[in-house]
Design a protein around this ligand. Structure first.
Ligand code: GLV
Length: 313
């Protein structure tokens, strides 16, 4: 690592103190600055960000590389003044994939084992056994079959669920049935009793969880959204739940975060709400990955997690 490298950190949710501790332990020369205490913007080489203020990155004239604090980069690409020539890297951390897998497995098991029904029965002191299928009879469809999606799929498969995956472009994955494109989406939906979204948010995936999608699922299917709030047409969800088209939804992400207190999702009996915690970045495991990306960049080595701006991830 070269000396006098300056990094600007910006995040409304991640701990600057924890990141400073991990990064400066590994790179003692790092000049770590926390927004809004930017100092001289011309001195900033690297920006490590989550939901940067629009215009912030453009205000750093010598910025060399933008590093996302999360796996998704929609929070960066949405800035209309994003500097054109500066490469962006996503965070690919197996710890984050583990965390996402735990969250998805938790919700899939809750739906599969009828946890919401048993909770309702407990509230009414009802002792009643409900019909229960085996995991092998409960097909799960994953929208998004990249690094994280494949990790989630392996965990669900180990629990006995038949798992298939959907991607926008054809992708063969050993041990799994995969579908691609618009026709493939219909096929995946038709067989998915539990639909899990972990897609990146791009113009092509925005609003993919809509009434049309719900109508293509088996009657009474369940939805898990751990992608982005923008994947879900929020207005379509409650009517689908109230009509029985869907039987439950677990949502970790929302159009407006924090989810406003008056939002009907908070109180719907068939919706589980969590505050965007499915895959929280862990500075202990992510700091070496961030520094490695910088080292690769400095040594002009390929950046395997570089973002294709056109594709959106
Ligand atoms: C979290 O939402 C992430 O993009 O890692």
């Amino acid at each position: 690592m070269t000396a006098a490298m300056a990094m600007l950190f910006h995040s409304p949710v991640d701990s600057a103190a924890a990141w400073r501790g991990e990064l400066t332990r590994l790179a003692p020369d790092l000049d770590f600055r926390v927004w809004p205490a930017v100092g001289d913007p011309a001195e900033i080489d690297y920006a490590l960000v989550w939901r940067p203020e629009p215009g912030l990155l453009a205000s750093l004239p010598n910025l060399k590389l933008i590093l996302s604090l999360g796996a998704g980069v929609d929070h960066i690409l949405g800035d209309p003044s994003l500097p054109a020539g500066v490469p962006i890297v996503r965070l690919v951390d197996s710890d984050l994939s583990d965390a996402m897998s735990e969250y998805v497995a938790l919700q899939v098991l809750r739906f599969h084992r009828r946890d919401l029904d048993y909770q309702a029965q407990q509230r009414a002191a009802i002792w009643r056994e409900l019909p229960q299928k085996g995991a092998g009879e409960r097909p799960v469809g994953l929208l998004g079959f990249g690094e994280i999606g494949r990790h989630v799929a392996r965990r669900l498969k180990a629990l006995g669920f038949p798992v298939s995956g959907w991607t926008r472009r054809e992708r063969k994955v050993d041990g799994f049935v995969t579908y691609a494109g618009a026709a493939g989406l219909e096929q995946l939906l038709a067989r998915s009793e539990i639909l899990v979204c972990i897609l990146p948010l791009t113009p092509a995936t925005e609003g993919i969880l809509c009434a049309r999608t719900f109508a293509a699922l088996p009657e009474g299917a369940c939805l898990v959204n751990a992608g982005r709030g923008g994947h879900l047409i929020e207005e379509d969800l409650i009517p689908a739940l109230d009509s029985g088209r869907l039987s439950a939804a677990a949502l970790d992400v929302f159009r407006d975060e924090p989810l406003p207190p008056a939002h009907p999702f908070w109180r719907h009996p068939r919706i589980l709400v969590t505050p965007h915690i499915a895959g929280v970045t862990n500075p202990r495991t992510a700091a070496p990955i961030v520094l490695d990306a910088i080292r690769r960049f400095q040594n002009r080595l390929p950046l395997p997690t570089a973002v294709d701006r056109e594709r959106g991830y």
